[in-house]
Structures are given as C-alpha cells and as structure tokens.
Design a protein around this ligand. Sequence first.
Ligand SMILES: *[C@@H]1O[C@H](CO)[C@@H](O)[C@H](O)[C@H]1NC(C)=O
Length: 310
Amino acid sequence: MSSLGFQYIFNSFYILVIDLGYLSKCLLIATCVGQSTHSQEYQSTSLLLGGQYEYILVEKRGENQDVGYIQLNRPKALNALCDGLMLELGKALDAFEADGTVGAIVLTGSDRAFAAGADIKEMQNRTFQECYAGNFLAHWNRVSTTRKPVIAAVNGFALGGGCELAMMCDIIFAGEKAQFGQPEILLGTIPGAGGTQRLTRAVGKSLAMEMVLTGDRITAQEAKQSGLVSKICPVDQLVSEAIKCGEKIAANSKIVSAMAKEAVNAAYELTLAEGNRLEKRLFHSTFATEDRKEGMTAFVEKRKANFKDQ
Ligand SMILES: *[C@@H]1O[C@H](CO)[C@@H](O)[C@H](O)[C@H]1NC(C)=O
C-alpha cells in the first residue's frame, strides 16, 4: 500500500472511530499498517540525523545542553512501538548514560501521540512457543533500568505499550489532552511490559483493574488525580516544562541523583524496613562524595553549590 493510501485510510479511520469505545483497539490495529510507510520515514529522518536513527530524534537540550532529549518519531504510525524503535531507544539511552554532561533525559512523542501502542502486526502470528522461547518483550524494559532520571512528556495517546513506556520513566508530565490506557484486553491479550504491575502501584487496584479489564482510557486530569502523572501542562508548553524539570535535576550532583533514584525505586521492591535500611546506607554513602561536602558547605556559606559529580 502506498503511504498516501495508508494516510488517507488511517485519517478517515481515525476520525470515524474517535468517539467509539473501541478507539484504542482500532488504533492498535491501525498503527501496525503504518509499517508500510517505514521506508519513507526512514529517508526523511535519516537525512536529518546522518542515518544514525530511523525511528527517533535525539539531541541535547537546555541552556547548558545537559538534558538528553529523545522524541519518538514514527508520526504516521502514531509512534507505534515496533522492535526497531525500542532497540534505537535503548541505544540512545546508552549514549546519554555514558555522556558525563547529561544529567537528565526527557522522552516524548508528538502532540498527537506519545505512543499509541505496540506494533500489532509484529505480534499477529506469533506462537506461544516463539514468545516464551525468545522471552518476547524482555528488552522493552530498558527505560526502567536507566540510572539517570528520565522524564516522560506525554501529549496525546499513551496506550498499551505507550502507557507502559511512560510508566517506566521516573516522572510523567502530561499535556492537557493526553489519554492513558491499557486496551490489550480488547485484542484478547493483557499488558506485557509492566502495565498490570506499574499501573496498579501508581493508581491503585480499582482504577487499574477498571482500565485493564475494560480497556477504557483515562484523561490527563484523571491521571493527575490518581497519581499517575505529577503535572499537567498546556500541549505546547509540555516539552519545555519537562526540559526545565530536567535542567533542575541536571544542576544537582549526578552521583547523588542516582542514589536518590535508586532509593525511591527501592520503595517498589522492598518491605518498609528493608527499604529504610537501603535508604540509610545510601544516605551514609552521600557522605563519601565531594558533592555532599560542597552542598552543605555552600549552604553554610550562603552561596550556590558548585557540584562536580564527584
Ligand atoms: C498472519 O497470518 C495470516 C493468515 O495466515 C495472514 O493472512 C497474515 O498476512 C499474516 N500476518 C502477518 C503480519 O504476517
């Protein structure tokens, strides 16, 4: 199918179903057809990026260029998460992790979609044996193993794998028109990249069950109310707000930020007593850093701290 043909079908499809309950399902199915535009997307983005990335845009932002910026960029497929995109995302995260000037990372999509789902075409004919033997989706958790703080800036749809991807980030900011959902049940399957676990921890059992069992989406306002996101911004200010947050984080000691992130994440894995013990050990560890000494000395001397990430 030509990309033009696809675009036409997709747009009319999109408009037709926009108010129906099974929008999410239609999107998930529709996005996979977007694969047919793959070669065209490749040509335009590879020219811009010297061929390094096909599905994402990567740059450094912020006044001091200390915020890593990754934009999912499969516009015609509403950023459906295909395997190639997830592998590129992993590579970009590796590069930012290794870059000593980067103190935080912002992950975003387009105004219309953060990511509308996984690429269903890639899954349609998979067997249980293939999924199990290949540990299907195992490498999709790369974002959650990133040691530097990651902020998701979500405009538009964050559905299925898109919602799971946002939840792997440390902080989620939502644009006013953002929508979150786990519609896998409508396709006869369940979330497979952490959706049942991270959503439940974020919003509580009743809302998580409702979303996972009905496939219904929630708005940015409901997401804020339930604790899934920490801030709502106007659509056109979302990314700059996320970058601003990233700059604040990047201005602190990177080594101490990593300890703070490790400690907060432990709250999801450990009992209260074990978590408090880990926190205490990490807190004590900050006293082994030069940045802790500089931070407290600057406070006492009433001046701004100058952290060296040491
Ligand atoms: C999956 O199998 C069906 C039936 O054999 C076939 O029509 C379809 O094209 C296949 N899908 C993909 C993505 O290969």
